[in-house]
Design a binder for this molecule. Structure first.
Ligand SMILES: [Zn+2]
Length: 81
């Protein structure tokens, strides 16, 4: 199985300054209020921060990992080859 975080680390390039040296962190946000009442799934986001300029992007891990078959295509789309 492809490790999505590892793939992002390998491919990511900052759209602001062009540096390919990201700091990657995973954040889980549990739902509050109505979503907690309905027991909705907590979402996990992958935060990719550029070590050079601090620019940060968030990716929804559920969506990325839920599309395993096309994951590589999505990554190609996001980061190029
Ligand atoms: Zn940057």
């Amino acid at each position: 199985m492809t490790d999505i975080v590892e793939e992002i680390r390998r491919r990511w390039r900052c759209p602001k300054c062009g540096t390919g040296d990201p700091y990657i962190n995973e954040h889980s946000f549990t739902g509050s209020g109505l979503s907690r009442l309905l027991n909705w799934q907590a979402y996990t986001y992958i935060a990719v921060t550029c070590r050079h300029c601090g620019y940060t992007e968030f990716y929804n891990k559920e969506i990325l990992t839920g599309k395993k078959d096309t994951l590589m295509q999505i990554l190609d789309l996001l980061f190029g080859r």
